[in-house]
Design a protein. Structure first.
Length: 399
């Protein structure tokens, strides 16, 4: 048994000691079988939430109406959820009714895919009523029961299917795939924030190209913000070498392939309900990428960009077939490290100094003069020294 499960055994044992069933369930069991890093450990139990709270000293109510209590134990946290059934998904997102049950089988039956509908007891024995282990061996993603029912319960499960393709490299079972095509319009009922979370996980997976092909072939892509009718651009996007890109960089590469200028990119990203901070970062990278696709960096742009953006830009340029590789990136990062200043705060003079030397009120002219000083320092024609800068401004007739 893997270490994360061993660390959680005392939680299982405490529930057993109180007279209840408890099993490890869900993604952690799947990832153990697939030999992937194990993330959060989830536990399913016959105990009710109030009984779990009575067993453990430290708990947090995180979804008690759905039977989930967070148990805090020796620096780790475990979601412990009562066996339940769900019914009546009027909004295609959440169940109208949750009913607690005493059967593990009934609890597993409500889950999305067979690979996620397995449980493991404290001795490492697998409970697998729907053939999840067999589907893992066959590298298939298959719904538990009728796919139309599962997708009708929560339409986001359709994107989860594509996301698991991206993360696991599995294919989608025939009936499940057919249902994705038939039910794709249900995605219109899903909040953009939930779709974005799944799409970003998809973009972060090793097999994201295969997953995006599935999004296109099933028509799910038509229900994602700003991507309807963009199949040709998306096909171009899929042709690029994106192996070394982060999720953020994948967004920038997508913006580039969609041919967006800054304002169009901002509108597109806002339609995905991104934060202003993330929008600013992604559009900055898009600008640097476009500049680098047509020319080399100059010192002022290197200074403005900073180390993180330079590295990201070089990866993007390489992915898009531009003049960049690992050696090129190291050369530009080395050039950046040799800059006399790497932050505006490192400049030896401030706007206040220039105003004092000039003897007049501030205004846009101050920013212009600071920019001139900054560029001269970066180009190496001016030493970053207050007296030298004052002398240089005087000689240039800038004071």
């Amino acid at each position: 048994m893997e270490k994360p499960f061993k660390e959680a055994l005392p939680v299982l044992d405490a529930i057993h000691k109180a007279g209840h069933e408890a099993y490890f369930v869900g993604g952690s069991v799947r990832d153990m079988i697939v030999s992937r890093p194990i993330g959060d450990i989830d536990i399913a139990t016959s105990a009710r939430p109030e009984q779990i709270k009575g067993i453990f000293a430290k708990t947090v109510d995180i979804g008690i109406e759905h039977g989930t209590v967070l148990v805090l134990y020796k620096g780790n946290s475990y979601e412990v959820t009562t066996y339940r059934t769900e019914s009546g998904y009027a909004d295609f997102r959440r169940p109208d009714k949750v009913e607690f049950v005493t059967s593990l089988h009934e609890d597993l039956k409500r889950r999305d895919f067979t690979i996620n509908a397995m449980a493991m007891d404290r001795n490492g024995n697998l409970i697998d009523p729907f053939g999840g282990k067999e589907d893992i061996a066959g590298r298939e993603i298959r719904t538990v029961g009728d796919p139309a029912d599962r997708f009708g319960e929560d339409a986001l499960r359709m994107m989860r299917a594509a996301r698991f393709v991206s993360q696991l490299g599995f294919k989608i079972e025939k009936a499940t795939f057919a249902s994705l095509k038939k039910s794709n319009s249900l995605l219109r009922h899903i909040a953009v924030e939930r779709k974005r979370a799944e799409f970003e996980k998809l973009l972060g997976g090793k097999w994201r190209k295969e997953a995006l092909h599935i999004m296109i072939r099933t028509g799910m892509i038509e229900y994602l913000p700003g991507l309807s009718g963009k199949e040709a651009d998306l096909e171009a996007f899929l042709m690029l070498d994106d192996r070394n890109l982060t999720s953020d960089e994948m967004w920038v590469l997508l913006l580039y392939c969609l041919g967006f200028e800054k304002q169009e990119a901002e509108t597109f990203l806002r339609s995905w309900k991104m934060s202003n901070r993330q929008i600013a970062w992604l559009t900055r990278l898009l600008f640097y990428m476009k500049e680098r696709m047509s020319s080399d960096w100059d010192v002022t742009l290197l200074f403005e960009a900073g180390k993180e953006a330079i590295a990201a830009t070089e990866r993007l340029v390489g992915a898009a077939g531009g003049n960049s590789d690992d050696q090129t990136m190291e050369r530009w990062l080395s050039t950046y490290e040799k800059l006399p200043i790497k932050d505006k705060k490192e400049l030896s003079v401030s706007g206040g100094d220039i105003i004092r030397w000039e003897g007049k009120n501030g205004g846009p002219w101050v920013k212009e003069k600071l920019a001139a000083v900054e560029r001269a320092v970066l180009l190496g024609v001016l030493e970053n020294n207050e007296a030298k800068i004052k002398e240089w401004l005087a000689k240039c007739n800038r004071i």
